[in-house]
Design a binder for this molecule. Structure first.
Ligand SMILES: [Zn+2]
Length: 326
């Protein structure tokens, strides 16, 4: 009942029995971690380096310069889902684009189907052998698409949410397939992702369903997330029941879980902030403050978000020019 209360269609589907068939990880995966893309560069760079002695320190730069990056479609948009593709549509939502780009950089393919999942609007289903995934998303009518209704924005929000599950699953950032606690971990990250998209849509004055505003309110800052009765504590409760961590988790049980996984909370909040647009008009932000959110939290959350965006931009620049973080 709690699970239904949250109304998050999307979170239920990864738990559907068919989805979580425990399978031994195929050996081949371990070797596939070194992608073909990486092995060729190494070879050519070795030759290159051999010809010029003492250039080893700039080897990374040389490698990248020598090997053109192969562009491949890691998100495969089947007919009826093309409108979700940020590369062929004008979808001016930084967090949405960034999330889908992350998925496009994976070695595995995620197929996007126009198909109503068993529960809710959209669902990510991992493939048994962990080499691919599918996002099923309820078809949208032509009218809703043209009018950019809250059904349209709901699809974008759901797509961002499910894409995060796909990234977590296929990159193994969060190994949640066989671990109930890790399933909650990926949900916190998926809700962070959808909330950043919801925030941007609201800031642009687009119609967004109320539930997404309420869920977003938990990501303003840590107190908003962990406080008793917050939307995310309620969602977490419903998952605990659904994933059979506890059949009737008390507020104390949830608080304790969040304390034990304090780093997951921080990580989810940081993810949300990273995906927010670089510039948010403070007045607009105040006006779109969701109900039940303390003004201080809201303002503070925005300031943290702004700082995070700045730090991330600097880090990106550093990475681009100095090859840091490789
Ligand atoms: Zn989910």
């Amino acid at each position: 009942m709690q699970a239904k209360m949250t109304g998050t269609s999307r979170m239920k589907s990864p738990v559907a029995p068919a989805v979580y068939r425990p399978q031994p990880v195929p050996k081949v995966l371990q070797t596939r971690l070194v992608s073909p893309r990486q092995s060729n560069p190494a070879q050519s760079s070795r030759q290159f380096v051999a010809r010029r002695a003492n250039v080893t320190p700039i080897r990374n730069t040389v490698q990248r310069a020598l090997v053109p990056r192969v562009v491949q479609r890691r998100l495969d948009f089947l007919p009826g889902t093309e409108y979700l593709n940020p590369n062929t549509n004008n979808i001016p939502l930084a967090g949405y684009r960034q999330t889908l780009q992350e998925a496009q950089q994976l070695d595995q393919v995620i197929t996007v189907r126009a198909e109503k999942p068993k529960v809710g609007v959209a669902a990510y289903t991992p493939d048994d052998n962990e080499l691919k995934g599918v996002i099923r998303i309820e078809p949208i009518t032509e009218r809703e698409l043209i009018d950019r209704t809250d059904e349209y924005t709901a699809r974008l929000i759901a797509m961002a949410h499910e894409t995060r599950h796909g990234i977590d699953d296929l990159s193994k950032l969060v190994k949640y397939r066989r671990n109930a606690e890790e399933r909650i971990h990926t949900e916190w990250r998926a809700f962070a992702t959808q909330s950043a998209v919801a925030f941007t849509l609201i800031a642009q004055g687009q119609p967004v369903k109320e539930r997404y505003r309420l869920e977003m309110a938990s990501y303003v800052d840590k107190p908003a997330f962990i406080h008793r009765g917050s939307k995310m504590t309620e969602i977490t409760r419903s998952y605990m029941i659904q994933y059979e961590l506890h059949n009737n988790p008390s507020d104390e049980y949830i608080a304790d879980f969040m304390r034990r996984h304090d780093n997951w909370v921080d990580e989810a909040l940081a993810l949300y902030q990273r995906l927010l647009p670089a510039q948010v008009d403070q007045q607009v932000a105040q006006n779109l403050r969701p109900p039940g959110t303390d003004t201080t939290w809201w303002t503070k959350g925005l300031m943290i978000a702004g700082t995070a965006v700045l730090v991330a931009s600097i880090a990106l620049l550093l990475k681009k020019y100095y090859g840091l973080g490789q």
